[in-house]
Design a protein around this ligand. Structure first.
Ligand code: SF4
Ligand code: SF4
Length: 419
């Protein structure tokens, strides 16, 4: 039995997707985040129906890749865990063959990042021909490393039930997860004796050659030689060693992520930004453009920000609310693929771009009970108080409080004085 296998428990939850409410996260999230995370009530994100993707149905996204037209950075320890599954093993080996595997994990080459910016500029995200995630199984549209995907993939929803507030909440969770991942991927390298200082110096040396380091599908061989050093040829072994480090300390990962300093090669990062063609500069994140020299945010502080935006999701505000003039509620005619998918919901709410506009911004399918509850606010503006909560209409809606919060954050119910 290998050492890594001996560290795995029977039916180890770290190798399974973690289910919280309607969502699945990587199994390691139950160890690397605060325990309170497991008790959060997440927005259902009922419109991001991935295997019946609305973006593919109505927004010309590729039906096969949908929003997986990007190259995620997946940490070494997650890839080491993925190697313990049959599908994951094939996928991670594929990364190695393409030259997209670095000691920190899956890492796109600079030219691939420029391709991604080019897609953003051409509004081709979701339609790309050149930036396609190698982990997606084209035969069925599923992710081959689903239980080991990174924080960005785990928190991305094209439509948010709670509008801008939901967007803010998920982006806070994503930042938290990414920061913890970044700390643990470097910490695990340190633990297994990988020379991090030599690694970042290798990046420094590659900075002047940034335009030459990209191959057709990943990094050029000479760059890989530089970055891997004496681990070249033992790449998968290093991924598994990092997974071992994480498994051994699984109960302490949150504390480790909060105390291990994250390093980077500033010369390489600056060269990367400079390498962006002028026509694509607007697509670069302003924070990256500024070349932030400050310290990375601590996961503990990011967690507090997550909680702040979490509470805003569910707080019911004071004041009298009524139905927005930008909505219409119609019978669900079952006339297209989306409405057939929601055949158990007899109504559909259309939310228009503007008041009196005929252009639909988005739709929400409603049950009989949800529609009946909404109609209460057509008749008159109401406080979101005990009377509403005790009404027959409200009590008829399953998970009524969540639904009510969603109506407010999506501006389906608006304060009376707003129009
Ligand atoms: S999150 Fe992606 S796959 Fe899921 S519904 Fe949205 S675009 Fe489609
Ligand atoms: S890792 Fe999985 S979820 Fe993320 S982009 Fe790739 S296929 Fe999609």
């Amino acid at each position: 039995m290998t050492r890594l296998a001996s560290l795995l428990r029977d039916q180890d939850p770290i190798l399974q997707a973690l289910r919280i409410g309607p969502h699945t996260f990587p199994g390691i999230w139950q160890y690397m985040l605060p325990q309170e995370f497991l008790g959060l009530k997440f927005p259902a994100e009922s419109r991001a129906t991935c295997m019946n993707c609305p973006k593919a149905c109505y927004d010309s996204y590729r039906a096969d890749y949908r929003c997986c037209t990007y190259h995620p950075r997946v940490p070494n320890f997650l890839l080491g865990l993925a190697l313990q599954t049959e599908q994951g093993r094939g996928s991670v080996k594929g990364l190695l063959d393409r030259g997209m595997l670095l000691p920190e994990g899956m890492h796109y080459a600079p030219g691939q990042w420029i391709d991604y910016l080019d897609d953003l500029q051409a509004e081709s995200f979701g339609r790309s021909e050149k930036v396609l995630c190698p982990h997606l199984d084209q035969s069925n549209g599923y992710c081959r490393i689903h239980a080991f995907r990174n924080s960005v993939c785990s928190t991305f929803f094209c439509y948010k039930d709670h509008g801008d507030l939901g967007d803010h909440f998920w982006s806070q969770v994503q930042t938290l997860g990414s920061q913890v991942e970044a700390a643990l991927q470097q910490w695990s390298l340190f633990v297994v004796g990988f020379d991090l200082s030599r690694y970042f110096k290798a990046f420094d040396r590659l900075a002047p050659e940034i335009l030459k380091v990209t191959d057709k599908t990943g990094w050029q061989e000479f760059a890989l030689d530089e970055l891997w050093g004496n681990w070249r040829g033992r790449e998968l072994e290093l991924m598994e060693a990092c997974a071992e480090a994480v498994l051994e300390q699984r109960e302490n990962l949150w504390e480790i992520a909060n105390s291990f300093p994250i390093d980077e090669s500033k010369p390489f990062d600056k060269a990367l930004i400079r390498s962006v063609p002028r026509r694509l500069k607007d697509q670069v994140d302003p924070e990256d453009q500024a070349g932030d020299d400050g310290e990375a945010a601590r996961p503990r502080d990011l967690w507090l920000s997550c909680l702040k935006s979490y509470h805003k999701l569910w707080d019911l505000p004071e004041g009298a609310f009524e139905l927005s003039p930008r909505i219409d509620i119609l019978p669900n005619e079952g006339s297209d693929a989306e409405s057939v998918y929601y055949k158990d919901k007899p109504y559909v709410l259309h939310y228009y771009l503007r008041k009196s506009s005929k252009t639909i911004d988005w739709k929400l399918y409603l049950s009989e009970a949800q529609k009946r509850f909404l109609e209460m606010f057509r008749e008159e503006a109401r406080e979101l108080d005990w009377e509403v909560l005790m009404s027959r209409e409200f009590r008829g809606v399953p998970q009524g409080k969540e639904f009510l919060a969603q109506l407010v954050t999506q501006k389906i119910l608006v304060r009376r004085q707003y129009h």
